[in-house]
Design a protein around this ligand. Structure first.
Ligand SMILES: O=C(O)CCC(=O)C(=O)O
Ligand SMILES: [Fe+2]
Length: 351
């Protein structure tokens, strides 16, 4: 496998990574360096305290999250209670993994999507010929068990312990967020606990080395996430863009923040109230960028459909049919990653 992280620095972009002009990121218009109308994503202070005692504060935070979620589908959280050294610890261990010599990583290289830990390059869920400018790890990260940990690499030696603590902490943050989202929507606090979020949690560690000409490439294709909720650490290098009002909005790095966005299952369960928003990653020529996305999944056998509380026969009919999550996963792999294609067969069309 031809990993970018082992290639000597490229002087120019190889042909197979060059996208046709209409698919490229128009940097000068809406990208990393360009103007963005001054629109920035909301940054929500979780106030830790809101999560324990202060009822009024908690309700305000819950309302703020749902407002941000409805308007943008993306927001950042700070003061979230995940220790910054713990985040740095895992980010450092993961970066060290990518910079190990090729032969040490070889045993992990695979395009077999059923593997619980694998390293790969570019991406496999797009049928196009052009490659994306990234290498990535895809792994199962929660619930943590001895058997699961054995599937993670033992080099660098910090990898397993740092991932264990990162995974537990992010999982707790995800539970907190789901309680607040439920509360903000007027659902019971435990609404998303259980099968909606009880599947095996997946993680993408996306690694984008410097690209000699970011105008020609993309780091990650425009896509929506397929699961329930994404908790992303993007570090301090910009590159993530979210679709907003027909434009690409840069998700500006905020020190220590996590970026939160919704997957298709959240959109369906909330009957469209919290939509899954398209996003992509652009490259840069200066530094390596690494993002760590934790993906909260329903159980495979979980029944999904708009929650009765989110539906009103007179004013807000169900927009999606019921299905079992495994059915959705299959459809996701056979459709292209485009939002419309994926959702099409699950939507109820009024005629
Ligand atoms: O690199 C990023 O910031 C985006 C990652 C992402 O969207 C994903 O892993 O699903
Ligand atoms: Fe994503």
């Amino acid at each position: 496998m031809e990993l970018l992280c082992n290639a000597p620095p490229h002087a120019s972009v190889p042909e197979r990574y060059i996208f046709p002009p209409e698919k490229r990121a128009a940097m000068e218009l809406d990208g990393v360096d360009g103007p963005d109308d001054g629109v920035t994503l909301p940054v929500v202070d979780l106030h830790r305290a809101a999560l324990s005692g202060d009822e009024g504060l908690r309700q305000r935070v819950a309302a703020e999250i749902v407002r941000a979620g409805k308007e943008f589908g993306f927001f950042q959280v700070v003061n979230h209670g995940v220790d910054k050294d713990l985040v740095r610890g895992f980010r450092d261990a993961a970066a060290e993994f990518f910079t190990m010599p090729a032969e040490k990583k070889l045993p992990y290289c695979s395009n077999d999507q059923s593997k619980p830990f694998r390293l790969a390059t570019s991406t496999t869920y797009d049928r196009g010929e052009t490659r994306y400018w990234l290498d990535y790890l895809k792994l199962q990260c929660h619930p943590v068990s001895d058997e699961l940990v054995q599937l993670w690499p033992n080099e660098p030696t910090s990898f397993r312990p740092r991932l264990t603590e990162f995974s537990e902490a992010v999982h707790e943050l995800a539970q907190t967020l789901m309680r607040l989202i439920a509360e903000g929507l007027g659902l019971s606090a435990g609404f998303f606990a259980g099968d909606f979020s009880g599947g095996e949690t997946q993680m993408n560690v996306n690694y984008y080395p410097p690209c000699p000409d970011p105008r020609l490439t993309l780091g990650l294709l425009p896509h929506c996430d397929r699961h329930l909720l994404t908790v992303l650490s993007q570090g301090d290098v910009a590159g993530l863009q979210a679709r907003h009002n027909g434009r690409w909005l840069l998700v500006r790095p905020v020190p220590g923040a996590f970026v939160i966005n919704f997957g298709h299952q959240m959109e369906i369960i909330t009957n469209g109230a919290l939509a899954s928003v398209e996003h992509r990653a652009v490259t840069n020529s200066a530094v390596t960028r690494m993002s760590v996305a934790t993906l909260i999944m329903p159980k495979m056998e979980c029944r999904i459909g708009p929650a009765p509380e989110m539906v009103d026969e007179a004013t807000n009919r169900a927009k999606f049919r019921e299905f079992v999550f495994s059915e959705f996963m299959e459809a996701y792999y056979t459709a292209s990653a485009s939002r419309e294609d994926v959702l099409e067969s699950f939507m109820i069309h009024e005629n």
